[in-house]
Design a protein around this ligand. Structure first.
Ligand code: ADP
Ligand code: ASP
Ligand code: MG
Length: 402
């Protein structure tokens, strides 16, 4: 007998018909003699709708209250799915994150899972129940409800799979698996049969929302047997694992990310420790800095530009303004009218010319590059907003990924 974790995203449970489709997948797996833990997200656009409702009342609502609100979406889904499974005549129980023992830190709206107490789930599995758990949510040490960040139900599923030593963790979504790029932007995109944890982690972190980046981080750490597949076609999907065959494929995927803003500090004193001060300050607040450019100093002054998540721009600006004396700069400016486009592939590290080929694709498409960052397995560029889809298409074509 195997233990299987199955996660279903918002579109997979969007309406009654879809809920019964999911109930059918779950009960089929159960009928085959498996123990099944199911993780579900909020239905369709529920989470976005709840955010809009909050904005109507208070655009500056505290993150604690936002978590209280947003977690309700998943609570609806678990109950409805359990009702559907009851109707099909199978034993089932739905649990909130708290009931399922999901303990997190207190970083409201982007909490990390600290621990999963599996006693209750185990008890329910021993009773032969199908266990439905609300994704995206947990509780902190003050017994407050927390959420894991947008797309966080994937992470709930992988965390439960790791904690319960599941044999398999299936992430069901509305596409057939992980593709060379978003198939909604580039219809010629190819489904990958497999992808390594490292490549998937980069793709997820650089904007491919098919998996939450922390779910990949956790799957790698605990070596979870992970796959992404469609709840609609039920085709085999993509295996995400430690090592994969590299069939001469230099670039695995192309992504775009619009949740990015560029901050520029001009006239920073050209002495040691300036960059350190700025980035340490941001790190303390958990604000991730991505692309960075520092100009060559002249007249004892230099400029530093970097990108942060657009959703963190207000906090970033406030922090830098409040510390103008400590940092020492003449001028602060920012823009949110930028996008990041990236290529990812483990084969890049041993191949010269991959970055050049990407830049050529952008040149052919007459798209200007504002900033560049590279690592062993990725190249990212910052471009003006509005050109990202054109860029993705041009790069995808250049590397013949279609
Ligand atoms: P769910 O609600 O099931 O969690 P998401 O919307 O979070 O689904 O993620 C699935 C979506 O991710 C797809 O519909 C697709 O548009 C998008 N996506 C972006 N990049 C990729 C990629 N490289 N491969 C597959 N899907 C991708
Ligand atoms: N419902 C949450 C969101 O929309 C979590 C998830 O879908 O994974 O972000
Ligand atoms: Mg998702």
């Amino acid at each position: 007998m195997s233990l299987i974790v199955q996660k279903f995203g918002g579109s997979s449970v969007a309406n009654a018909e879809r809920v019964f489709n999911v109930a059918d997948i779950v009960t089929s797996t159960y009928k085959e003699g498996n123990n099944v833990i199911v993780v579900v997200s909020a239905q369709g656009d529920t989470t976005d709708d709840l955010i809009d409702k909050a904005k109507e009342i208070n655009p500056n609502a505290s993150k604690r209250e936002m978590d209280m609100l947003l977690s309700s979406g998943e609570q609806i889904s678990v109950a409805l799915l359990a009702m559907a499974i009851e109707k099909l005549g199978y034993p089932v129980v739905s649990l909130t994150g708290w009931q399922a023992g999901v303990l997190t830190d207190s970083n409201y709206s982007s909490s990390r899972i600290r621990k999963v107490n599996t006693e209750r789930i185990q008890l329910e599995l021993d009773k032969k129940n199908i266990v439905i758990v609300a994704g995206f949510q947990g509780i902190n040490r003050y017994d407050d409800i927390t959420t894991l960040g947008r797309g966080g139900s994937d992470t709930s599923a992988v965390a439960l799979a790791a904690a319960c030593h599941a044999d398999l963790c299936e992430i069901y979504t509305d596409v057939d698996g992980v593709f060379t790029t978003d198939p909604r932007i580039v219809p010629e995109a190819q489904k990958l049969d497999e992808i390594s944890f490292d490549e998937m982690l980069e793709l997820a972190s650089l904007g491919a929302n098919v998996l939450h980046n922390r779910s990949v981080e956790m799957a790698k750490k605990y070596n979870v047997n992970l796959c992404v597949r469609s709840s609609l076609t039920r085709a085999p999907g993509t295996a995400v694992k430690e090592a994969v065959k590299v069939e001469g494929m230099l670039v695995r995927g192309v992504t775009k990310d619009n949740d990015v803003a560029r901050v520029s500090l001009c006239g920073v004193e050209d002495t040691p420790g300036k960059a350190f001060r700025v980035f340490q300050m941001l790190a303390k607040k958990n604000i991730n800095v991505d692309l960075i450019i520092q100009s060559i100093g002249r007249d004892n002054k230099k400029d530093i530009s970097f990108t942060v998540q657009q959703t963190r721009i207000e906090e970033t600006l406030e922090l830098i303004k409040a510390n103008q004396d400590v940092i020492g700069y003449d001028d602060l400016s920012y823009t949110t009218e930028v996008s990041k486009v990236s290529i990812v592939g483990a084969g890049m590290v041993t191949n010269a010319g991959v970055a050049a080929k990407m830049f050529e694709a952008l040149y052919d498409a007459q798209i200007n590059i504002n900033m560049i960052a590279t690592s062993e397995i990725k190249v990212s560029v910052l471009i003006d907003q509005g050109y990202e889809e054109k860029a993705v298409k041009a790069i995808h074509k250049k590397f013949e990924l279609g």
